[in-house]
Design a protein. Sequence first.
Length: 126
Amino acid sequence: MLESKLKQGILPFILIYSSLVHADNIGSLLFHGNCITCHTKHRAISAPAISTIKSNYLRAFPKKEDFIASMSTWVEHPNSETSIMLEAIKKHALMPELGFDKSTLEIISAYIYETDFSKENEGYKK
């Protein structure tokens, strides 16, 4: 009986809660659980490196709120006409629409803005 209840709801809740508690923030968890699959830290393999994306967005949008608004809006609905990285689209193709809601993308964008990817950080060790 107890084992059944653990499998049905308590255990998944404990696992999710413990991963959130141990992450620096939810942005780290979301980024490292999703974005890092295509956007590695420093090497453009199947998509531009996150360090390249961040530097391009910082040049265009140095204020945090503008950076977050622009990045999250673009990732919600990728479009070559609104891209600030046309060369990356030519090299890697247009990013697919991923179906994340805007608030999730804002959390991820804030994490990217705040993170120094040249140093060790939550989810990434040099």
